[in-house]
Design a protein around this ligand. Sequence first.
Ligand code: ARG
Ligand code: GLU
Length: 731
Amino acid sequence: MKRIRFAIVLASLFISAICRAGEGMWLPLLLEKLNEKEMKSLGMKISARDIYSVNQGSLKDAIVSFGGFCTGEVISSQGLVLTNHHCGFDAIQNHSTLDKNYIRDGFWAANHSQELVNPNLFVTFIVRIEDVTAKSLQGVKEGMSESERQSIIDKNNGEIVKNAKRETYQSAFIRAFFEGNQYYMFITETYNDIRLVGAPPSSVGNFGKDSDNWMWPRHTGDFSLFRIYAGKDNKPAAYSPDNVPYKPKKSLSISLDGVAENDFTMVFGFPGRTMEYLHSAAVEQIVEVNDPAKIAIRDKALAVLDGFMRRDEQIKIQYASKWAGISNAWKKWQGEVLGLKRTNGVSKKKTYEAEFQKRVNSNPAWASYKGILTDLENAYAELKPLGLARDYFLEITSKIELFTVASQLNALVRAYERGGTQAYNEQLTRVRQRMEDFYKEYSAEVDRGLFSVLMEAYLTEQPQEFVSGYAKNIRNPQDAKDDMSRMENLIYNETPLTDQKKLFDQYLSKEPARAVELIKKDKAFQLYADMADTYNRQVAAKLNPIQERINQLQRTYMKAQMEVMKEKKFYPDANSTLRLTYGNVKGYQARDAVYYDPYSYLDGVMEKYKPGDYEFDVPEKLQDLYRRKDYGQYGQNGKMPVCFIGTNHTTGGNSGSPALDAYGNLVGLNFDRVWEGTMSDINYDPSICRNIMVDIRYVLFIIDKYAGAGHLIKEMKLVHPKKKAPVKKAA
Ligand code: ARG
Ligand code: GLU
């Protein structure tokens, strides 16, 4: 009997270990200690040192932070970098004109001289990571105020960075991990001459657009290609026509064999932000209060934008990227709420907290942790109304773009009041530049539509103590009827802020003193200033100290969890630093009776095809290749694989990250997550959390067969880890 019970316990331990595989964004330098064994048991054939090493070339030397917002990887000995289409989109858009429309038609440089320069783009390599916790926290004592603590840490970190061993062309910075319980230093190398090499048409690179975004099954070839240029010495250099293609320490080998269900995969990149160790009260607020409020505000904003964009082609182009930004998070939050509810995210946290409390209560050594959960719960209760007010203020003032202009003018006024004419003029140069870009994508008519709907929400949907008196007053003075359009007219008919020329002629071309005087009398400016002031007094002034207390409590709770829940393996929340996540290729049960396969094929592109449609059109050439099944060496059993999903734990910022097989070969490119599992930022659940990758063979097929850019394939190193068959290079 005992033996049987033992076997059952062992088996269930084993099963839960398997089921948890997938969760975690791990620090590359700790893989050997924390993960290597498990990774090997899941199928990995290389060692932790092949992934991260300071002494020898390793996979990490091929990974870059792409522009600080995405990930990219080096895939040739000539500095070719692969990332997502949506990561390279800004560059593609900037080089597009009406007759050279690279967004619509794609772009392919036939040789190095045709590659396009992008003044503000950069990529950053991680040279080395060091644990500097002990030095960072030197002099920090229990019971210090947050600001006192932070100023000691800032001073320590300044010293550590100053004394860090590095070359002159390298940088160093330190980031907090585990809510400030640990600190790591990153030595980096940044290259600033990054040129656009190739991009598929949007009908491939963004196939399915908003309808398919955050969804599986997916059929998007979400990739673009860039090249790193360096000085003649291969070191970082500012743009120069004399710069040469960068020779990397490491470039990824590319597998032509693909992966199958249950195969080991890992994703290596720069995840932005997760919150895996929150108190259940915080998760409950996200599900019940914050996400729903933000979704509702964006519902309203998107309805206004949609109305205008459908009617007017010019507005559709102007607002395309704002639309994409607003709708991307809007859709993700909806999936997050659904997923947290469906997997009982809050009650799972409560069960975990009950176990934590039980252990703490039974061990006198942990007496100081006894009250931590209650303290957190109370602090979150205090935060609740203020957090909602913060969401209202930030969501609404960032959607009404008149306030974007007003906040720029506010900076100008402040500069004048602080540093007189000289400070004003310095600030004016920046404001001018920003405003020129701003008005290219601004329509006063659309903004007025947004103002009307969103100010109504601001005024009526929240407690009056958080609402600006100025706004209430112009909306509803004693002597006029309560009429939104009256307020709208009052603001939009008078102010020159809606028009670049008027703004410059009437305000910005004047003498600083006069300009400041005029700006301060502007009603749109006054409205924004009073809303901001009301927010600062009524919300921020109360919210900040509570948030500070929560940060302190969360830090203690984090430390306590690591001591008390000993059997659990902890990974730090994402903070835009280099991480590795690993798992298996896997389908999932989306809902009752619906099971999703892990692979999609070109057949699915053709199933979704709607001729001439904005989202689901398919280029003629791609249809032709499909009809002839002309997949070259990239097809598999007569089919063309397009996308696949796995249990790798990813988040925003992982876009463009390489998906690697058991040998560390490139097999895919990460670009999204599935709808049911977007709550992995808060509570990863292995049953439904999946990342979405485009199969590298589809990328190569588009480059080679669709675009005829075989010269790029020739740069790459293609391998057959499964077949050991010789590799054919592009014709
Ligand atoms: N959802 C993905 C991400 O968060 C892709 C966004 C780009 N694609 C789109 N259709 N908007 O960034
Ligand atoms: N598309 C996201 C990005 O731009 C990745 C998807 C996710 O959030 O997991 O980083």
